[in-house]
Write a protein that binds this ligand. Structure first.
Ligand SMILES: [Zn+2]
Length: 320
């Protein structure tokens, strides 16, 4: 099972207790899954259904309708045309319950076009518990989350811009900042920050998914830290190598222009050591000298060699 399926299945296991939350879930389900259709014939007739790719989710709404609205719906299996098409599940709601459910969810409004609102009225998500229920339901039917191993991304597909804005407003209420985009004439609300995705999962009751994600985040942070340190170590080594090579260049210049035997004893000793130990650190070079010399002493002698080489390159006189 994918990370997203696991998260949805986890949310689906929990059935809400309060009737207010059940109404909010129903509203989100009908709107997010595009499950309301109507026909004319002696007035408007509505037909409701909830369609999903997950068995756990269809069972969730079956129980929700039964427990909170006393409606027995029917679960149907829809097989795709080709062998590879995945199975989808549809909860067919009896026509005689449609009017009552539309009223309960707040989605029905006699003044709206065809009696249907694009988003439920504020009273449906008045309480914090109902706001969470609305998000959870919208996610179960039209949400997605990328496996955190690949990145942090959680989204809600919205049937229209109004619905997208409604979802963003609820997320904002919980201080989760989301953005919307239009993809193939459908609106998508998405979050990209690790904290935002993790908070949203918690709100929607997917604690296990949130914890699994936190595990990945911790692991990634540790390996990022190690990588940064490794890069830093590598660049230090590279820098030391580069400096060593420059010093060797200086020494070679002195050797050809002047001859190392013209150098005072201590400088000559260091110059020869450096030629044979290109990668040695200053303190290592210091230890090889007789008598041993500290890092700053070695540095001072190397600077002296550099000055000599510079003068030789410019054709200036060198005093030794
Ligand atoms: Zn509630």
């Amino acid at each position: 099972m994918s990370f997203a399926s696991n998260a949805r299945a986890e949310m689906a296991r929990e059935l809400c207790v309060e009737p207010c939350c059940a109404r909010a879930e129903l509203a989100a389900a009908l709107l997010a899954s595009g499950g309301v259709s109507y026909r004319f014939g002696g007035g408007l007739h509505y037909r409701l259904s909830v369609t999903t790719g997950e068995a756990a989710v269809v069972r969730h709404y079956f129980q929700l309708l039964k427990r909170h609205f006393g409606v027995s719906a029917q679960i149907r299996t829809l097989r795709g045309g080709s062998l590879r098409a995945s199975t989808r599940y549809q909860l067919a709601i009896p026509d005689e319950a449609a009017g009552m459910l539309l009223e309960a969810s707040g989605v029905y409004d006699a003044d709206a076009p065809f009696g249907l609102l694009a988003v439920p009225p504020e009273r449906i998500v008045d309480y914090t518990c109902c706001k969470k229920s609305f998000l959870k339901s919208a996610f179960m039917l039209a949400g997605g989350i990328v496996n955190p191993e690949r990145g942090y991304h959680l989204e809600f597909a919205a049937p229209g811009e109004e619905f997208a804005d409604f979802v963003i407003k609820i997320l904002n209420y919980f201080e989760i900042h989301a953005k919307k985009t239009c993809r193939k004439s459908k609106y998508v609300v998405y979050l990209k920050s690790g904290d935002g995705v993790s908070d949203a999962l918690t709100l929607m009751g997917a604690t296990q998914a949130m914890l699994a994600m936190q595990d990945v985040r911790v692991r990634k942070d540790v390996s990022n830290h190690l990588n940064r340190q490794l890069n830093c170590d590598n660049s230090n080594i590279n820098r030391a190598m580069e400096t060593g090579l420059k010093q060797i260049e200086d020494i070679r210049c002195i050797e050809s222009e002047l001859g190392l035997d013209k150098l005072p004893g201590p400088l000559r000793e260091l110059a020869e050591l450096r030629l044979n130990n290109a990668e040695a650190s200053l303190s290592n070079l210091g230890e090889l000298l007789t008598p041993p010399l500290g890092k700053s002493g070695v540095n001072a002698r190397l600077r002296r060699l550099h000055d000599i080489a510079d003068k030789l390159r410019c054709g200036e006189e060198v005093e030794l």
